[in-house]
Structures are given as structure tokens and as C-alpha cells.
Design a binder for this molecule. Structure first.
Ligand code: AHG
Ligand code: MN
Ligand code: MN
Length: 333
């Protein structure tokens, strides 16, 4: 089999679609390289002293794991000096991180969830990194948080790395979704799945069912119908999966179909959902739509939402389009 690496793929896509200028290619290569470094740290586990708590809290009030902090540092350091970025923003940082003055400023903005699935780190279950790329506004001099507050439809690229039995990189630049496998011996990303398409027919759903009693009626109705199986209105049995790493759940859905839900619920009225728009929902929505699926907050397309703040949370429904449309429809009645 002729092996196509990440760089060759990106250059090929630029020739076809004229959508990946050299600076964006550098950005994606640097992010992919940083993910390789994170993958290496993840793989070391206890031997690399990367497990356990960092004994600090992030802006969301979540206790940070060592690997949350380390992954954030790896991404920051890798992306600072190349001249391709104006600023970065992360789940683990309260405010934006402008590129230091000693380096040239580029025209892109990078957002990331450096380590997704933190609760799975210490138990050796799949975790990941999610990222989103926006263009900096034209007249921007010094980047501000406001510059990041662009709807997901303006993303120029998005992707995730999945640190599982294999390390994978799934990427879209707006012309479909492609998957690369890390060749650990060679240290290179090899194209292993082209133009991923989410199967339309599905018998699987993903939701944290321990929150059932807190759900709002449309979600209860939809999940009850799935649970009723072949004797209910859906006329077929459904299976349930919940990894608790969004990256792993979304990756399964890309390959096998299904719906992922993290709805808003009645636990804390100040929190409209758990997941974050800018560096979790938007990049995943871009990927899912590019693979033929759909992504909404129960009311509207996620990528149409005008963000109001960097760490904004929202309900998330994404995956096979028919299922997402159905549960979204239940919110309208
Ligand atoms: P993070 O580790 O970046 O904070 O994200 C965890 C998210 C997401 O990956 C996952 O789907 C969800 O939180 C799991 O939440 P529960 O533990 O409430 O199931
Ligand atoms: Mn996350
Ligand atoms: Mn995280």
C-alpha cells in the first residue's frame, strides 16, 4: 500500500481546493506534532509521572489533572514560535494567550481542549485532544477574546487526536473528514481512512444515563422511545455506549453511526450544559457535518450559534442526522 502522510495529504488538498495555504498547513502540522508529543506522554503513564491530579483548578472550577496541564503546555509551546498564529485559547486557561512579541504574528487563531476525557486518564481508557482553527479578523492589531467569538461556521479547520489502542488524528478543512494513524516507529501520521461518512442507520446512542432524573422532557421522551426498543414506537432495539471521553464517543459514531447527547439539565440552572462551545462542540460539529451527520443544541445548528464568551457551555446532540433531527424536533413541540 502506498502510504500518504499528513503533509502530502494537505498539499494534495490545497491543489484540489486551494484552501490550505502554507501557513495553515504549518499550523496543522504543528498541532499534529504536539498531539504526537501528548500521545507519547499518555503512553508513558505512571512511568512518565503523568498520572494523577495537578492539585489546581481551571477557570471552569474543575480540578486539573497533571496531563491536562502538561498537554496544554505542549500545545502552547509547539504553536508559539512558528509565525502562523495570532493567539490561542484553551479549556485550561481563563483568558486568551496572545503570541509573545518576540515571535511574528500570524493570521490564525487556535482553540483547544488539550486533554478531553480527563476522568479516564488514570484508568487507562481512551482520551483525546480537540482543536478548532479560526481566521483572525482582518484589521486585528492585538488579539482580544472578542476576536475568537466567531460562529463555528467560520472554522477553517478542526480535528481531534484520539489516544486509544492506536493514536489517530481526525481532521477536516471543509472538504470531508480524513483519519490518520500514528506510525509509532516512524513517528509519522499515515492516511488510513478517507472521506469518513457517518452511517445513517443506527441502533446506538450515547448519553450519561445517571443524569436521567435531571433531564428535560424532550430528552426523556426521546431516550424513553429508544429504550422501549422493538416494542416501542421505534420498532427496533437500541444499544447504549458511554465512554465519557467525547473524542472516543464521537469517533465510534463517525465509524459506526449513532447519536451522542450531553443535554442541558436541571442540575444547575447557571449551566446550560456541560460541554463547551468553542473548543468541544464547534470542532466536533464541523467534523460531524463534514461526515454527513448533524449537530444541534436541541434548538439550532451548533455552528450557527453566535458565541458570547470563550468558555460558554451548551447542550450537545450530534451524530447520525436522522436521530439528531428527531430529538431536535422534540424540543420544538
Ligand atoms: P474534559 O475532560 O475535557 O473536561 O471533557 C469531558 C467531557 C466529555 O469528554 C465527556 O463526554 C463528558 O465530559 C463526560 O462527562 P460525565 O463525566 O458527566 O459523563
Ligand atoms: Mn473535553
Ligand atoms: Mn479537557
Amino acid at each position: 500500500m502506498k502510504r500518504i502522510g499528513l503533509t502530502q495529504h494537505l498539499i494534495g488538498e490545497q491543489r484540489l481546493h486551494n484552501n490550505i495555504p502554507a501557513e495553515l498547513r504549518l499550523l496543522l502540522e504543528v498541532v499534529a506534532r504536539a498531539c504526537k508529543t501528548i500521545s507519547h506522554a499518555v503512553g508513558k503513564g505512571a512511568l512518565g509521572d503523568v498520572l494523577g491530579s495537578a492539585h489546581s483548578e481551571n477557570v471552569q472550577g474543575e480540578v486539573q489533572k497533571k496531563l491536562d496541564v502538561l498537554s496544554n503546555e505542549i500545545l502552547l509551546e509547539a504553536n508559539e514560535w512558528g509565525g502562523h498564529l495570532a493567539a490561542m485559547a484553551s479549556e485550561e486557561m481563563e483568558t486568551i494567550h496572545p503570541i509573545p512579541n518576540r515571535y511574528p504574528m500570524g493570521e490564525y487563531l487556535l482553540l483547544f481542549d488539550p486533554l478531553d476525557g480527563s476522568s479516564n486518564i488514570d484508568v487507562n481508557v481512551s482520551i483525546g485532544t480537540i482543536f478548532s482553527v479560526l481566521r483572525a479578523p482582518d484589521a486585528m492589531v492585538a488579539p482580544t477574546e472578542q476576536d475568537f467569538l466567531q460562529p463555528g461556521s467560520r472554522q477553517v479547520a478542526a480535528g481531534y487526536a484520539l489516544y486509544g489502542p492506536q493514536t489517530l488524528l481526525v481532521l477536516t478543512t471543509g472538504h470531508g473528514v480524513n483519519c490518520f494513524t500514528l506510525d509509532r516507529e516512524m513517528g509519522s501520521w499515515v492516511l488510513t481512512q478517507r472521506q469518513m461518512q457517518i452511517p445513517e442507520e443506527t441502533k446506538e446512542f450515547a448519553i450519561n444515563a445517571s443524569n436521567t432524573r435531571h433531564w428535560h422532557p424532550p430528552v426523556t421522551r426521546y431516550v424513553d422511545e429508544l429504550l422501549a426498543g422493538s416494542t416501542g414506537p421505534r420498532g427496533k432495539d437500541f444499544n447504549m455506549r458511554w465512554v465519557a471521553s467525547m473524542v472516543a464517543d464521537v469517533h465510534r459514531i463517525l465509524n459506526r453511526g449513532g447519536i451522542f447527547m450531553y443535554p442541558g439539565d436541571s442540575r444547575d440552572p447557571s449551566m446550560p450544559g456541560k460541554l463547551r462551545l468553542m473548543y468541544e462542540a464547534n470542532p466536533m460539529a464541523f467534523i460531524v457535518e463534514q461526515a454527513g451527520g448533524a449537530a444541534t443544541d436541541g434548538r439550532q445548528r451548533i455552528m450557527d450559534i453566535q458565541p458570547e464568551k470563550l468558555h460558554q457551555r451548551l447542550p450537545v446532540f450530534l451524530g447520525s442526522a436522522r436521530e439528531v433531527d428527531l430529538v431536535t424536533g422534540y424540543h420544538a413541540v
